[in-house]
Design a protein around this ligand. Structure first.
Ligand SMILES: NC(=O)c1ccc[n+]([C@@H]2O[C@H](COP(=O)([O-])OP(=O)(O)OC[C@H]3O[C@@H](n4cnc5c(N)ncnc54)[C@H](OP(=O)(O)O)[C@@H]3O)[C@@H](O)[C@H]2O)c1
Length: 299
């Protein structure tokens, strides 16, 4: 099969498109004929070797932690999905013609292939991050990094659940964050004053997707670390904040994201689409850290 692979850690140009052995669905997994995958910061960090101490790899590596496609192999013990179903979800080696998914859901009719490719890891992560914050209806939520893949999903889902959402982004991202239904504010020094100006009622909960060293500010704004969650700050424990793993409960979160997608309450945001042959540019795009939603790679 055709796949993107890297044979050593390095810059995006270590990615090559070449022939690779086909994977097979193990117990509890399905295999899909991939239509599209997306690039997550996780993929960029693994390729660059920045996670070498915690994520063990065997070279050559096929990147891609999510994918959408048609199921062509169903692993032992899997129920509720059949060969021929179109699904999206968490992948191992999504940037290939065939990839194994470890968690999935049916693609809602409202989504394009590119939107389905964009939805897996970020929607599961957003739902996991929001889950620890309790009922958000009628509450005010602050999302750090509201323009990114996880942040944009979290904003839209929280708004759909009845929250008032304040989202941080650079000035260039304010229109995008507003389009998601949040009130944009600029991140960085002076955040508390800017948030107070747009949310005089106070902030009930905060979700950090930026990992920019702002947890102390978020805890001070909310007044209780148990109502602050993060997917990106390694100093969470020092602040009493819950560190959430994006894959946690993905088997439940992905169908929930699809259900929100079916009603129009959550629409995965796609900033750019690259063909597989240009996956190195897609990685460079995400590495620049200025995304508005997701960067997708089509097979
Ligand atoms: N724990 C897990 O399982 C898990 C799962 C998924 C993701 N993550 C992590 O979560 C983080 C976000 O992932 P993502 O996919 O959403 O990334 P992304 O799409 O690349 O988002 C980057 C966003 O961060 C914003 N940003 C940059 N500096 C910021 C700052 N100082 N304050 C606030 N926002 C800032 C950027 O906004 P501007 O352009 O406006 O600056 C951009 O929109 C990454 O670190 C990723 O590794 C963790």
């Amino acid at each position: 099969m055709r796949a993107a692979r890297f044979h050593e850690y390095g810059d995006p140009d270590v990615l090559v498109v070449e022939e690779a052995p086909e994977p097979h669905a193990g117990p509890g997994q399905v295999r899909v004929r991939v239509a599209a995958t997306s690039v997550n910061p996780f993929d960029v960090k693994v390729r660059a070797g920045r996670l070498a101490a915690v994520v063990r790899v065997t070279f050559p590596v096929v990147p891609g932690s999510d994918a959408t496609g048609v199921v062509d192999e169903v692993g032992e013990g899997v129920t509720g999905v059949s060969v021929g179903d179109t699904v999206f979800g968490l992948a191992r080696g999504g940037a290939a013609e065939l990839a194994v998914l470890t968690a999935w859901a049916a693609v809602p009719a409202a989504w394009s292939t590119e939107q389905a490719a964009a939805a897996g890891l970020v929607s599961a992560t957003a739902l996991a991050g929001l889950a620890v914050l309790g009922d958000l209806a009628g509450r005010t939520l602050l999302v750090e990094g509201a323009g990114g893949g996880v942040g944009s999903a979290a904003v839209e889902i929280a708004v759909a659940r009845g929250a008032t959402v304040v989202g941080t982004a650079s000035e260039a991202g304010h229109a995008f964050v507003r389009s998601l239904g949040a009130v944009p504010v600029t991140y960085g020094h002076g955040l508390a004053e800017r948030v107070a100006a747009v949310a005089p009622q106070g902030v009930d909960a905060a979700f950090d997707t930026a990992g920019s060293g702002s947890l102390a500010d978020l805890v001070a704004l909310v007044g209780d670390p148990s109502r602050v969650s993060t997917v990106a700050s390694s100093d969470a424990a020092a602040h009493g904040v819950t560190m959430v793993q994006g894959g946690a409960d993905a088997a439940a979160h992905l169908p929930a994201a699809a259900a929100l997608g079916a009603t129009g309450a959550y629409t995965p945001r796609v900033e750019a689409v690259y063909p597989l042959e240009r996956i190195a540019q897609a990685h460079a795009h995400v590495a620049a850290g200025r995304t508005r939603g997701k960067v997708v790679v089509t097979l």
